[in-house]
Design a binder for this molecule. Structure first.
Ligand code: ADP
Ligand code: TRP
Length: 323
């Protein structure tokens, strides 16, 4: 029996290379090893997307993006969260065993609170819905970037609490981080994120890549001065797009001096373009057949919903909502 792997990416705009290295690539690399459930958390996206048109468009886009990077719908079960409404039922049950002070400790909530005092209840409850996504499918492993680790830990806590109150029901999931790319930095050195405006698109055109890389701030060291690669945002991105040998050579040139920041940026631009080109080609090809998206989601939704309903029959009995 293969272990169950599940992870989601919200339909909230175009994916960037942080999403790719932090999460999407792992879904592709593990598709043979695990019984895999990549999904599109559209209920979660509703916390910020309030346009039906955007939601529909971006949901289709995420499916196509996943296919373009090599996810094989015959191997994995790709589905849309709202095709499994049972998660909202489980969300309610979990709400009733989780305290407000516990949820207030979530980083995402604290960040949202720091920026905006009018937070919707969905943002506050977000980690519980995520716990429901994970636990309802008996998930073993959740590949995510570092920012989502706390949410997976909360899912474990909630599973433990439920099991303690109502009896053994849920498996305790583990998160899975790719070492070295826990956090992909953006063009400003902070975590790359759609909300920071510091992204490099996963399917970006050549000019966009050029512009983004040229905008990375560096210190003012001259061409011949020795530079510390570990202090350089350009080098941090080289790590994702270079072989070990190339990286060793670059490191040497940083330390020895003789390579200016412009040159290291040009090398990075070329490497990113080379990497993105085939993904873009594939993405364009897939966009010619949008009808496959519906069929993939229909099939995936069916499987995910059946599993979730079976789990909920047990949960409803355990809590006394059915006999
Ligand atoms: P964003 O911050 O751009 O809105 P999401 O929150 O939609 O990204 O993240 C989707 C997935 O991509 C999550 O698993 C998240 O951990 C991962 N991810 C996002 N940004 C990064 C990053 N800069 N480095 C590593 N992983 C990331
Ligand atoms: N919160 C995740 C993000 O913002 C998306 C998500 C929702 C998710 N449900 C999940 C990820 C379950 C993993 C497992 O990226």
């Amino acid at each position: 029996m293969k272990k169950i792997l599940l992870s989601g990416i919200k339909p909230t705009g175009r994916p960037h290379i942080g999403n790719y290295f932090g999460m999407m690539k792992q879904m592709v690399d593990t598709q043979d090893e695990y019984q895999s459930f990549p999904f599109i958390p559209d209920y979660h996206a509703l916390t910020s997307v309030h346009s039906a048109e955007d939601m529909r468009r971006d949901t289709i886009n995420v499916v196509m993006d996943f296919l373009a990077i090599g996810l094989d719908p015959k191997k994995v079960n790709l589905f849309k969260q709202s095709d499994v409404p049972q998660v909202t039922e489980l969300n309610w049950i979990f709400n009733c065993i989780t305290t407000m002070p516990y949820l207030m400790r979530a980083h995402a909530f604290k960040d949202a609170e720091a920026k905006n005092s009018e937070i919707n209840v969905g943002v506050f409850d977000y980690p519980i819905l995520m716990a429901a996504d994970i636990l309802i499918q008996d998930t073993d492993v959740v590949p995510v970037g570092k920012d989502q680790i706390q949410h997976v830990e909360m899912a474990r806590d909630i599973a433990e609490k439920f099991n303690k109150i109502f009896g053994e029901t849920f498996k305790l999931p583990e998160s899975k981080l790719v070492s070295g790319v826990e956090v992909v930095p953006g063009t400003d050195g902070q975590k790359m994120s759609k909300s920071h405006g510091n992204t490099i698109g996963l399917f970006a055109e050549d000019e966009e890549i050029h512009k983004a890389v040229m905008s990375i701030p560096t210190d003012s060291k001259g061409i011949n001065e020795s530079k510390d690669p570990e202090e350089c945002n350009v080098f941090a991105l080289h790590k994702l797009f270079s072989t070990e040998d190339e990286l060793g050579e670059l490191r040497k040139r940083y330390v020895e001096g003789g390579m200016g920041y412009k040159e290291t940026k040009y090398i990075l631009i070329k490497n990113i373009q080379k990497f993105i080109e085939p993904l873009k080609e594939k993405r364009k090809e897939i966009a010619q057949y949008p009808e496959i998206v519906d069929e993939i989601l229909r099939k995936g939704g069916l499987v995910a919903r059946e599993r979730a309903e079976a789990k909920m029959m047990d949960v409803r009995k355990k809590v006394g909502l059915s006999s």
